[in-house]
Design a protein around this ligand. Structure first.
Ligand code: BGC
Length: 412
């Protein structure tokens, strides 16, 4: 049976981006340095969104969006420790005015993975005083933006960040931990011992960074709220849905993984947030033999799993904004169906009374997919990196239809 679900009036529809992934021309952050050293792809000019943002917001408007999530670049705003660049703050105020002029509600992420060089080179979030340093930066930005914005996310995906930087060693600062290091440490000679203890140290630092990130969020929350209680402050969580099958052992394992990945960190926030941003990409069902369609990232395409991700956050009793959910699909074959299924799953959660207030597709335009460079195309809008021409993909118009209807039929 079908049921028509209306989205509430004022529901936020839009798409997301992040500064380092689209702006171009950022050369004083840890990722730019890593690129110079040949450890990650060079970003360069990218979509040149730093200069062409008005064009991009015109497109978002044309696509029916009424909200837009983006991040401001810490390295531009605080290029030296404690020194704030007023011109860059004015640039972002212009960006906010451009959004307001088009009735696009701004959702600002204060930090989306890239660190100013002075901060990363002095230890980044390993530094004991990192929470205060981060809160000082957030406070400065929020003060500078005044009444131009109210929705702030402090940190994007804390666990993905710490995981890729200190366990998997794929992102700056490229520290790595391997499970076997425990075994090796016990049974090895001098040379191997130092590699193993390095790996072990990385695990301990991961745990330290994770708790520093939670403290940084809390310190930033207090700082932002002290500017104005009207500010809605969230953290953007990287929820992975872990699920067991009929085997009770898989159920226990899934419970442990959900606790480890999502709840443990959330508990450390002590309720110091007004809402949650939700990024959804992964659904892992242990022992599941089903073969799913693959996105260009070779990730299983399970858009409906966002319902379970929302359920994971439901227990915190805070409004939820879908801050990112999307797929790499250069041929634009899967995207329209993916978005429709994803929106239906959000509608199902709403129908159950869960307070979901917005849906932002990742991403508005093609961008720099971190260690994978520009080959993976997530955009509603295709970017030609040679000419900087923007071309709206057909799926973006399908998303527009959903937005304009502000309702969708779900199976019940
Ligand atoms: C990040 C984005 C990234 C996207 C796709 C999220 O983890 O916030 O920066 O591009 O996933 O991988």
């Amino acid at each position: 049976m079908k049921k028509e679900i209306n989205f509430p009036d004022g529901f936020y529809w839009g798409a997301s981006t992040a500064s380092y992934q689209v702006e171009g021309g950022i050369d004083n952050c840890d990722w730019a340095k890593a690129a110079q050293e040949g450890r990650v792809p060079v970003a360069g000019k990218l979509a040149d969104h730093y200069n062409l943002y008005e064009k991009d917001f015109d497109i978002a408007k044309e696509l029916g969006h009424n909200a837009h999530r983006f991040s401001v670049e810490w390295a531009r705003i605080e290029p030296e420790e404690g020194v704030f660049d007023e011109e860059e703050l004015e640039h972002y105020r212009e960006v906010l005015r451009a959004l307001r002029a088009r009735n696009l509600e701004p959702f600002i992420t204060l930090w989306h993975f890239t660190l100013p060089l002075w901060f990363s080179e002095s230890g980044g979030f390993e530094r004991q005083d990192a929470p205060e340093i981060f809160a000082r930066y957030c406070s400065k930005v929020v003060e500078a933006f005044g009444d131009l914005a109210f929705h702030y996310s402090t940190i994007n995906e804390p666990i993905v960040y710490a995981n890729n930087g200190w366990l998997r060693g794929q992102w700056p600062p490229f520290k790595r931990w391997t499970l076997f290091s425990f075994v090796k440490l016990a049974n090895s000679g001098q040379g191997e011992k130092s590699a193993s203890s390095k790996s072990l140290k990385s695990l301990l630092t991961f745990l330290h960074v994770r708790s520093q990130l939670a403290k940084a969020h809390v310190a930033a929350y207090e700082a932002i709220k002290s500017k104005s209680t009207k500010n809605d402050v969230s953290i953007v969580r990287d929820v992975i849905v872990f699920e067991g099958n009929r085997n009770p052992l898989t159920k226990i394992f899934a419970w442990v993984m959900n606790w480890f990945w999502t709840h443990r960190f959330n508990k450390k926030l002590g309720g110091k947030l007004d809402s949650y941003g939700l990024n959804y990409y992964f659904y892992k069902k242990f022992g599941n033999k089903k073969v799913y369609e693959k996105t260009d990232m070779q990730w299983d395409s399970i858009p409906e799993g966002i319902y379970d991700a929302i359920k994971i956050l439901e227990r915190y009793n805070k409004p939820i904004y879908v801050a990112e959910a999307g797929l790499a699909d250069q041929a634009d074959k899967l995207r329209a169906g993916y978005i429709a299924a994803q929106v239906k799953a959000v509608a199902k959660a709403l129908d159950e009374g869960i307070d979901v207030r917005g849906h932002m597709y990742w991403s508005l335009m093609d961008n720099y997919e971190w260690a994978l460079g520009t080959g993976k195309r997530f955009g509603l809008v295709e970017i030609d990196y040679d000419t900087l021409l923007r071309k709206i993909r057909p799926s973006a118009y399908e998303y527009k239809k959903i937005i304009l209807n502000n309702k969708i039929n779900i199976d019940v």
